[in-house]
Design a protein around this ligand. Structure first.
Ligand SMILES: [Zn+2]
Length: 132
């Protein structure tokens, strides 16, 4: 069976989606545990309010410029943001967000209004939505 076979791709996509969902759940639970660990740390070191967690945030785009020189809108199709706590020496990552407009149907002559508008779409934002 050739690797490019539609059935083989569909099977790989299904498996990938299952792994992705499990990884997302695992990561969410892990970050919740880290938030509780930082709150516990705050209680033990005479913090003013144990629920206050200081964070450092950074974001990246898959383009060197946020704007496009010839078209309206953003040049980037992907963005990732990460929030890292600064209360403890561990610098736990407490939140991570990834947004993208990548869809396997784009550029194939099909008009799509993603996300979730068709089966197998991987875009998390519509093409005209801002990355924020
Ligand atoms: Zn799509």
């Amino acid at each position: 069976m050739p690797v490019g076979n539609t059935r083989a791709r569909s099977g790989v996509q299904t498996l990938s989606n299952q792994v992705s969902a499990k990884m997302r759940r695992l990561n969410t639970v892990n970050m919740r545990e880290k938030i509780e660990a930082v709150k516990f740390f705050n209680v033990t070191v005479e913090a003013v309010n144990p629920n206050i967690i200081n964070v450092a945030v950074d974001g990246r785009y898959n383009s060197i410029t946020i704007g496009h020189s010839k078209m309206l809108g953003q040049a980037a199709l992907q963005a990732i943001g990460i929030a890292c706590e600064t209360n403890t020496k561990h610098k736990y990552i407490l939140s991570a967000v990834m947004q993208h407009k990548l869809c396997w149907l784009r550029g194939k002559g099909v008009t799509v209004n993603c996300p979730g508008g068709h089966e197998g779409c991987t875009a998390s934002l519509p093409v005209y939505a801002p990355l924020s």
